[in-house]
Design a binder for this molecule. Sequence first.
Ligand SMILES: *Cc1c(COP(=O)(O)O)cnc(C)c1O
Length: 383
Amino acid sequence: MADVESFLKDRKESGLFRILHPATSRVSGKIAIDGREYIDLSSNDYLGLSNHPKIIQAQKQALDEFGTSGVASRILSGDSNLHHVLEEKIASFKNKEAGLVLNSGYQANVSIIPALAGKGSAVFSDRLNHASIIDGIMLSQSALFRFRHNDTAHLEELLKKERARFKDALIITESVFSMDGDKASLKELVALKKQYDCKIFVDEAHATGIFGKNGSGVAEESGLSQDIDLIMGTFGKALAGFGAYIATSQRLKEYLINSCRGFIYSTALPPAVIAGNIAALDLIKEEPERRRGLLKLSGHFRNALRDLGFDTRGESQIVPLITKDVTKAVIFSEKLREKGYWVLPIRPPTVPKNAPRLRFSLSYAHSEETLTRLIKDIYETKI
Ligand SMILES: *Cc1c(COP(=O)(O)O)cnc(C)c1O
């Protein structure tokens, strides 16, 4: 049993103690907490779809037709025609043969990775990959080699040295990284995967709905969908729903239905959630101005921070403001909250020790005026 008391004491003393903040209402871009309304800069509702009438309508209709529950695992009674409609849409959206829906991104990563790799396999993983990827690799019991963030030369060094000892190997990366907001060098990673006979798994949680001509992600944007063996993503972020998907070959889909424990041993998502996800995918096609507007806003905001001398990174709707010291990040976020912005400090162990930060998650629901005012307030708050 963990030493709960000393763990909590330690977390509090080092400024790393986390608490919850229950919202009393939420519409895209805004949040109400403790009777006060804030501009929400911490949500992943990137396209501002979470109150879209078409998604709400689709969910209501499915509730009437199927009721509230997923009722069982999909291999029992939980499967529905809606799941199959969604999976076909995912396959064509991602330009892959097949799609498979999983219950969350966390669950997808902790159960698909162990289905693909095991003892005797090697996994090469970007050092900044999401916790769910790391947990999936741990569960898989394969040998883990972490390469420095976005450093394909380091990856190649590791492949040269280690690949030959293993019967199979998997390279895993996010396409847009959740804390730095930067993109992976997919072209180079794909070249290495071919050269060293590996499979590649790309997590597009933060890119789905935003990058690429059709909004499918960075794989689409880079023209590499066919070269990537497994493209994973989530419905809970830009798509304003819940759940996750994997887009892959028909063979691998069949293999996962028969081997992926998170697919087999978990109740299906409720049909209303699936229907909402279908409606959201249609909206990505129908309302491209959302992703274009979001990327434009994000570019302006990042440039403005840079012009003011802040340490920022990336090229997406996730804009970090790095403070180097935890106390600074905490005080900075408290001051911005006083001014009506809901932005939280991101602390170790979520980010490296020397790079605590404020993480601004921008949304199409934020107006240009809001962001102009925010930039001014950040400047005046500068600590
Ligand atoms: C959010 C996220 C997940 C987890 O997805 P959920 O559906 O929220 O469980 C997985 N990978 C990455 C990179 C994420 O950002």
